[in-house]
Design a protein around this ligand. Structure first.
Ligand code: COA
Length: 257
């Protein structure tokens, strides 16, 4: 039913596996379409009481937006890509049923943003988090500048997003980005244990908790600025150089233009 997702529901818990392991589960258009449709179904499917999102294989949760789709985009089209990503991630964030990210490896760029759009995050000790868009002459476009700042505070978000550096699960826990670090083998079991507890509570109350917390100090302004600035990056030579260099497996030669 979905080309890029494996979906199975057991005991009310719907496990969603982003399934492009040969591309480290990078988010292409098809993944966004599949997630969009899946969450439309989840909103209304009484058999689903909660959701886990994880990545196929042992290496990655999601290693970012699919960089191979970037070079074909014009500056005029780029904001549409960011808006599409934000719309799908908003649908996940606003799901009235708990959605937990089980981060089992790299959660980079759009992958980190996807985890942050979930209601909370558990990660294996092998997980790595980061927003490496600056390496491509870009900035996060799927809500990262806003959600990471809410999650770990301005200074830490500034440092992570400006430097593009990766942090491990221990550091992400220290930063308050994730709730729990587990062994790789027990990650899904631990998430299921917590979701089983939440599923034992009143679903409407849980839905109301989600809605209230999501509306804490939310303004649209930051997201709109991000869409505009994401689009402006596509007017630079450095963005084309960064994305080309990644795909050609060489170091980028940035000119500041
Ligand atoms: N978009 C498209 N393809 C990606 C990708 C992405 N974000 N991340 C990884 N891939 C692909 C690689 O191109 C490679 O494909 P190939 O085998 O056809 O050449 C495959 O996934 C495996 O990745 P590889 O880079 O060989 O693995 P690695 O172990 O050497 O490095 C990472 C792992 C995560 C450090 C590296 O893949 C990486 O830096 N990815 C990009 C992260 C990023 O910048 N994300 C933000 C995008 S805005």
């Amino acid at each position: 039913m979905y080309n890029t997702l494996l979906v199975s529901t057991e005991n009310g818990i719907c496990t969603v596996v982003i399934n492009r392991p040969d591309k480290l589960n990078a988010l292409n258009k098809e993944v966004f379409n599949d997630l969009d449709k899946l969450f439309d179904d989840i909103y209304h499917d009484d058999k689903v009481q909660s959701v886990i999102i994880t990545g196929a294989g042992s290496k990655a949760f999601v290693a970012g937006a699919d960089i191979s789709e970037f070079l074909e985009l014009t500056p005029a089209q780029a904001p549409g890509l960011a808006r599409r990503g934000q719309t799908v991630f908003d649908k996940i964030e606003n799901c009235p049923k708990p959605v937990v990210a089980a981060v089992n490896g790299f959660a980079l760029g759009g992958g980190c943003e996807l985890a942050l759009a979930c209601h909370f995050i558990y990660a294996s000790e092998t997980a790595k988090f980061g927003q490496p868009e600056v390496n491509l002459g870009l900035i996060p476009g799927y809500g990262g500048t806003q959600r990471l700042t809410q999650s770990c505070g301005k200074g830490r978000a500034m440092e992570l997003i400006m430097s593009g550096k990766m942090i491990d699960a221990k550091k992400a826990f220290e930063y308050g980005i994730i709730n729990e670090v587990t062994g790789a083998e027990e990650l899904l079991a631990k998430v299921k244990e917590t979701l089983t507890l939440i599923q034992s509570k009143a679903p409407v109350a849980v839905a109301n908790v989600i809605e209230c917390i999501n509306n804490f100090d939310h303004t649209q302004q930051g997201y709109d600025l991000e869409i505009k600035k994401f689009g402006e990056c596509f007017n630079t030579e450095d963005m084309k150089e960064g994305a080309s260099a990644f795909l050609e497996k060489r170091k980028p030669d940035f000119k500041g233009k």
